[in-house]
Design a protein around this ligand. Sequence first.
Ligand SMILES: [Zn+2]
Length: 68
Amino acid sequence: MSLFSSVKEALTAEPSAKSRPDDGSEGAYWCDDCDVRVRDVDLEGEATCPDCGEEMRFERSSGRSCAC
Ligand SMILES: [Zn+2]
């Protein structure tokens, strides 16, 4: 009885605890040419690469959760 409840607790508690950062970040912007990464919470203004000035690609950090 107690073993079952502790296992169930571990299964339900793990995913949300690991996949969600607590600073409000939803992902990061990438420049494929320079391999530069800027988190969305660190970005000020336009999503452009600090190295080459090209527009960066947004990548959502969804962890292990499904996209649908
Ligand atoms: Zn770049």
